[in-house]
Design a binder for this molecule. Sequence first.
Ligand code: FPP
Length: 247
Amino acid sequence: MSWEALLEEVKSRPLPRHVGIIMDGNGRWAKARGLPRLEGHRQGALTAERIVRFVVKEGLFSYLTLFAFSTENWARPKREVDGLFALLESFLREKAEEFIDSGIRLLVVGDHRPLPDGLRETIEEVERRTEGNDRLTLAIALNFGGRWAILRAVRDLLRAARSIALGPDEVGEDLFRAYLPTGELPDIDLLIRTGGRLRLSNFLLWELAYTELYFTDALWPDFDEEALLLALKDFQGRERSFGKVVG
Ligand code: FPP
């Protein structure tokens, strides 16, 4: 099937609202070429840019969450961590105007506090400048961990419970969900993980309860428009039951 036919087929069928991507394999991509790991991340940032542009151009879905840095990634060599932060900062700086013009809203989910000042200020500025956009909400999970997010929600709820006299039995799924850092985003319909590993690596946990999972061996820098369309086509062939009996 040609690329254009695949695009048309995918666009003619129900699409997910929210796609999450664990962008794995940058290090292996670089190693296979005898390059430093950071070169793999640099190439990975170009892939992220290309995928975001494609999603917006074709209007494929309204929410995209990319896992860029986990709470566990601090254990990597300092040079790699610093390099990743510098890369993210220049990515956000360079793309700010394009985000504004193309209707992209940026949201960075994760603990901002330990991030370098320059990166934190850039995030705040781009978030503020793109606040009114709604064509694509691009959420970047940065210094993010699924367990951190749940714990933070529990702590915030306990604090709130004191001042608004909230009893334990009044805490239902919807209320709890609203306290998560992704509170304003819908649950993820499709999760794509590149790089061949079959795990969640402490990405969104609560939000993935009924998500369709798609794993591919492609390393993130090699992932492209066609690979995304194949993942969407696979998703369209799934029967989502949400725990009920269907058919
Ligand atoms: C995992 O590959 C990837 C990361 C920890 C970083 C992801 C970051 C980017 C793609 C760069 C910038 C992001 C945006 C949104 C512009 P790995 O290093 O674990 O790869 P390996 O498993 O092959 O070692």
